[in-house]
Ligand binder design. Sequence first.
Ligand SMILES: Cc1cc2nc3c(=O)[nH]c(=O)nc-3n(C[C@H](O)[C@H](O)[C@H](O)COP(=O)(O)OP(=O)(O)OC[C@H]3O[C@@H](n4cnc5c(N)ncnc54)[C@H](O)[C@@H]3O)c2cc1C
Length: 249
Amino acid sequence: MGKAKLNVKLLRYTPEPEKIIAMSARLCYSPLPVEDIVHEFEGDKKKYIELVEKLLKIGHLTPFEHVSFTFAIEGVSRSLLAQITRHRIASFSVQSQRYVGETSDQNEDSCFDYVIPLSIEELGEEAVNEFCEQMKVIQKWYDKWVERLGGERSSYEDARFVLPNAAATKMFVTMNARELMHFFSLRCCNRAQWEIRAVADKMLTLVKEKAPVVFKKSGPKCLTGDCPEGHLSCGRLQEVRDKYSRMGV
Ligand SMILES: Cc1cc2nc3c(=O)[nH]c(=O)nc-3n(C[C@H](O)[C@H](O)[C@H](O)COP(=O)(O)OP(=O)(O)OC[C@H]3O[C@@H](n4cnc5c(N)ncnc54)[C@H](O)[C@@H]3O)c2cc1C
């Protein structure tokens, strides 16, 4: 227990995502029975890829809601959790701090898992050690409250109030492709906080492998247009475009 390591895995996704998107779009405009629409794209990759590209170009995005991706994310902070769960079109299952205790064993050094901010790591070993010592102090506060509140599982519910934003958590997240594109446009931007940006980058790398055409232009908004951030812009447009054009290639 102690310093947590970010881990993002793509657990499941809708098979043949680009074909499903094309089929659902074709259905909107075709008088043919469903069987014929399904048959139309079998073995004709060029045809369904072209249609997906066209849908992206014209902004007909509801067909992209028929494919979804489920991720396991661990080694992230409760601070990350507060941000990612603002995305209302996603589905979440998160490790409970009510049912899963953070109690330490008798080892002096044992501590709940936590995330160390990059800015503190960059200050060097002394700063990191200080941060880790602070986490251990919080662990002791937590253990004390668990004991004073009865020492049962029910005591986790209120003892957790002393835990920090740095405390690590894990979750399953499911998003459809349309929501993912939106999520990447906000969270891959340099203006997004570093932890959620790191998670978004890993998710984007994973989905690009499975649906390269769908996510070809995914990333911050400045990949496909001007930066919308005005005077808050990071001013690194070319660097950002290079980074995302290399991703998943
Ligand atoms: C750089 C940055 C800084 C931020 N700072 C803050 C902050 O200081 N304080 C804060 O509270 N939040 C902050 N946020 C969070 C932000 O306000 C959004 O809650 C978060 O980005 C989710 O975006 P969303 O609502 O577009 O996404 P989702 O919830 O995933 O929704 C996707 C889209 O669906 C549509 N939609 C969803 N629900 C509704 C609805 N009820 N009505 C109408 N349309 C809907 C919208 O078009 C929306 O864009 C910040 C986000 C970023 C990226």
